[in-house]
Each structure stands twice: as C-alpha cells, then as structure tokens.
Design a protein around this ligand. Structure first.
Ligand SMILES: *Cc1c(COP(=O)(O)O)cnc(C)c1O
Length: 384
C-alpha cells in the first residue's frame, strides 16, 4: 500500500500498516531480516539500524502495524520475546517501594511475576475487584504508580469499565495498564478509553496460529515509549525476526478470525447454558452475563474465550477436559484450533494457596474457528 495507511479501515491496516512493498526488490511480504548487525559507512553513519537487540526492520514493521491497530497514527508499539517479557520490561520502570493495584482476576503468570519475583525487589501490590470501583479506590496508595487490569478477565470473563478505572488511576497520579490479549485490538482499543499502556501476549489472538510466542506494549506518550524502549534495549527481552514475521502474518487475518471465533463461542455459550450438567456459563456475549451491556459499549464483539462451571465439581471438570476430541487439552489460547483446559491445575496452578485460588469446577475454552456443528457435537459427547 502506498500513502497514509492510518486513514484506512481496520482490516486494511491489519494487512498493510508498516508494511510497504520492499523498496529494493518489490517483495510484497516484509522480508525476514535475519541479521544481528548492520554495516556502517563510517562510525555512526548507518541506515537507522545498528544491532538487532536495539532494532530490526522486521520487528519495526510489526511494531508499526500494531501501533496503528491499537491507536492510529499517535501510538507507539514495542515488541517483545513474550507477553511476560513485555510485562517485565514495563515493570523495570518501577522502583523499590512503588505499589501496583492489580485486578484480582489476572493471568496466573502475571500474578506470579508480582508475587514471587517483583516482591523480591520491594515492589508492592494489592489485588482488587475492579468491577467494584468504590472498594478498589480504597486500595490506592500515595505510592501507587500503576493500576493493572485485564478485560475480559482470565478465566472469569468479567468485563471491567476501562474509562472509569482510567479516571480513578489518573486522579491518583497513576497510569493504567490494560492487558488486551483476550479481546485483541479488533474488538477493543483501550487507549480510546483512557488507558496509558496496552499489553499483549501476541502468542494468542494476534499471532493466532499457536506457532510463536511474543508480546507487545502500545502507548501514546512518546516520552514513556522512549523510556520503555531504553529498558527494552537494556534488558533485552526482544523477539527474533522470524517470530516478528509470524505474528505480523497472523495479524493480517485477525478481523476475519475474530469474527469466526465469536460466532462459534456464542453458539457454544447458548448450548452450554441450557445443558443440565452446567451450573454457570461465563461469556460476555450472553445476555445473562452481568456486564453484557458494558461489553456491548466497550467492545466491538465478545471474543472467543468462554468458561463454565460444572455441577459435578472437580471430578466432572477433569473428566470433560479429558474426553473432548476436537478441543485439544492444552494451555494457551487464541489460535485457530479449539483448546480446552482446566485452569485449577494448568494455566492458573500458580494461584494455588493464594487469595485468588481457582474454582475447581471451572473449565475454560478457547473456541477456535472449526465448524460450529463439530465443536457442538464434541462438547455434547464430552459432557455425556
Ligand atoms: C498468555 C498471557 C500472558 C503472558 O504471555 P506469554 O506470551 O505467555 O508470556 C499475559 N496475559 C494474558 C492475558 C495471557 O493470556
């Protein structure tokens, strides 16, 4: 694409943003610049690239694309080796004594990073239910530097009002970080609701094919971007060019994949909701969901993640995840293939013994884009 891609629609930017045809060869697909270093004509005279920990042209293309999708022309993105690499790098901007208010339903690895790693460096945190802002506000401290949330949450699929939390954070002089992994920028753009930093595990929907691990941070503030870029280079959690390329290739089909994911997830939600062995279904697209109206306002769809609680408790939950044939029993999410998992002993095992320990009857689905009929039959036989 020639010209200013930022004026184009989302689907067009997903394919073209940051990815002009290669000026040297005309290659339509961004080359995988598999190089660690770059020739300099004289000391300090180069084409903008010196060393691939600092920058790499394939990574730059990915960063420009995601910046455009999350925030248009005023956003900046930085790519990392994993979602947790992005989180760690962002958190290097904190100092000993600083405090973070963390949503009480975060990815297990995020909780572990705060509880088991950052606590060693004097970084403090509290958990709060951010659907109850009055109570959450009471947990803000003068030292609170970040409020950190996921929405929809993992695995309870709670929807949190980003604009209200942004206001609470900003009134207290704190920044708001939103982990947008579950929704993807196609369904939700937190910067538009006042978030300061958007985080992604691009391993999930952005990549979309379960073949690469990656992370991203997106922000509007150029000074903040430069500060985080300094930590990115200084600490080194960068993605290689091939992984950057795989994520970028995945993003080209993000809109059509998300539409297919949510069509299947909604059908499964309706099916499970009337199943006699199911106690409760958590999916923001169902009218029974407590924040269904908020989800309609804040999101352009409801995504492909769905959790449910079995009436038969832990034994039944474990039996169901072992019996599915198309839904693969595996951690992770967001790929074209359907996955089923048991958070209590898999993705959220690190919460065991913590105040936010998992409900043992909960099963989580990452609904893929296979035939709806096949997925429904698979769940029907697994529920027995
Ligand atoms: C997977 C995940 C992460 C961590 O990302 P990795 O790429 O696995 O390091 C963070 N947040 C959410 C919501 C996730 O699902």
């Amino acid at each position: 694409m020639k010209g200013d891609y930022n004026k184009a629609g989302f689907e067009t930017r997903a394919i073209h943003a940051g990815q002009p045809a290669d000026p040297q060869t005309g290659a339509v697909s961004v080359p995988i610049y598999q190089t660690s270093t770059y020739a300099q004509e004289e000391v300090g005279k180069h084409k903008g690239y010196e060393y691939s920990r600092t920058h790499n042209p394939t990574r730059t293309a990915l960063e420009l694309c995601v910046a455009s999708l999350e925030g248009g022309e005023n956003a900046h993105a930085l790519a990392f080796a994993s979602g947790l690499g992005a989180e760690t790098t962002l958190l290097l901007s904190l100092r000993s004594g600083d405090h973070v208010l963390l949503s009480d339903d975060v990815y297990g690895g995020t909780y572990r990073l705060f509880a088991k790693v950052l606590s060693q460096y004097g970084i403090q945190f509290d958990l709060a239910d951010l659907t109850d802002l009055e109570r959450a506000a009471g947990k803000m401290r003068t030292t609170t530097k970040l409020v950190w949330l996921e929405t929809p949450t993992n695995p309870w699929l709670k929807v949190i009002d980003i604009a209200s939390v942004a206001e609470m954070a900003h009134n207290a002089g704190s920044l708001l970080v939103v982990d947008n992994t579950f929704a993807s920028p196609y369904l939700q753009r937190p910067l538009e609701f006042g978030a300061d930093v958007v985080l992604h595990s691009s391993t999930k929907y952005l990549g979309g094919h379960s073949d690469a691990v990656g992370g991203l941070l997106v922000m509007r503030d150029k000074e903040l971007r430069d500060r985080i870029a300094f930590f990115q280079n200084a600490a080194g959690a960068v993605p290689g060019p091939f992984d950057s390329w795989l994520i970028m290739r995945g993003i080209k089909t993000l809109p059509i994949r998300m539409r297919a994911h949510q069509e299947n997830a909604l059908a499964i939600g309706h099916f499970l909701e009337q199943h006699p062995k199911v106690e409760q279904v958590m999916y923001p697209g169902l009218p029974s969901h407590p924040q269904h109206e908020l989800a309609k306002k804040q999101m352009n769809g409801f995504g492909g993640m769905l959790s449910f609680i079995t009436k038969g408790g832990e034994a039944e939950a474990r039996a169901i995840v072992a019996r599915t044939k198309i839904f693969t029993l595996a951690e992770s999410l967001g790929g074209v293939e359907s996955l089923i998992e048991y958070p209590g002993a898999m993705t959220h095992a690190s919460l065991a013994g913590s105040p936010i320990e998992m409900n043992p009857a909960l099963v989580r689905l990452s609904v893929g884009i296979e035939s709806t009929e096949d997925l429904l039959h698979d769940l029907e036989q697994a529920l027995g």
